[in-house]
Design a protein around this ligand. Structure first.
Ligand code: ATP
Ligand code: MG
Length: 198
């Protein structure tokens, strides 16, 4: 499961666990992205902070892991490169890439769809505010065979986003119960989003 994880929240964790359960996955690997070159106007915390927050969030789950592959790779983080990396690491494994209903459309239409679909199947988790029905509309663009490799999955609906959490921090509002306690403490202790505060 890739993401900026700026910061990681319970929406990410619920989607990952639901996918693990539904598809009987041995493990879920969280892959925080490297520094996005220009996420215009948006503040992205340092990748080491995002890595450590993600680590803290997943550490209690036996089947959750974390990878530095995108953080340690220079240049923009393309999902296609990441999936090629994991495929090469273990060619015999059935790899799945987990995304939310919003991100799936970007990922399969932007970055080398051929390479993505040949290295993994995709799991598209439901997310409040986005419809999984849009996946079927991709048939014309991607072809039925590829779209058949995208598996829609209903997960417990949590209307949480990292943007909303950053906004709350900016306004001095509580983020309790939106992120794991260790993440909340890490943010406060290290003033990760202090730059956003007034
Ligand atoms: P931002 O608001 O900064 O874009 P985000 O909450 O969307 O942050 P990302 O790091 O962009 O988090 O998302 C990583 C992946 O997790 C994406 O595939 C996204 O669709 C999925 N995701 C994020 N939040 C949820 C949620 N509440 N429910 C289901 N999937 C989610
Ligand atoms: Mg997002």
């Amino acid at each position: 499961m890739g993401g900026t994880f700026n910061p990681i929240h319970y929406g990410h964790l619920v989607a990952a666990e639901a996918a693990r359960d539904a598809f009987n996955l041995d493990q879920v690997i969280f892959i925080p992205s490297g520094e996005p070159p220009h996420k215009s106007g948006l503040f992205v915390a340092d990748s080491e902070h995002r890595y450590l927050m993600t680590f803290l969030a997943i550490v209690s789950n036996q089947r959750f892991e974390i990878s530095r592959v995108e953080i340690d790779r220079s240049g923009p983080s393309y999902t296609s490169d990441t999936l090629a990396y994991f495929r090469a690491l273990d060619p015999d494994v059935a790899w799945y890439f987990i995304t939310g209903a919003d991100a799936i459309l970007d990922i399969v239409t932007w970055h080398h769809p051929d390479s993505i679909f040949s290295n993994a199947e995709l799991i598209a988790a439901s997310r409040p505010g986005y419809s999984l029905k849009r996946i079927q509309a991709l048939k014309q663009q991607l072809g039925a065979e590829r779209v058949a490799r995208i598996h829609p999955l209903e997960v417990p609906a949590l209307a949480i986003s990292s943007s909303q959490i950053r906004e709350r921090l900016q306004h001095g509002l509580s983020i309790k119960y939106l992120v794991p306690e260790a993440v909340e403490d890490y943010i406060a202790k290290n003033r990760v989003y202090a730059r956003l505060e007034a």
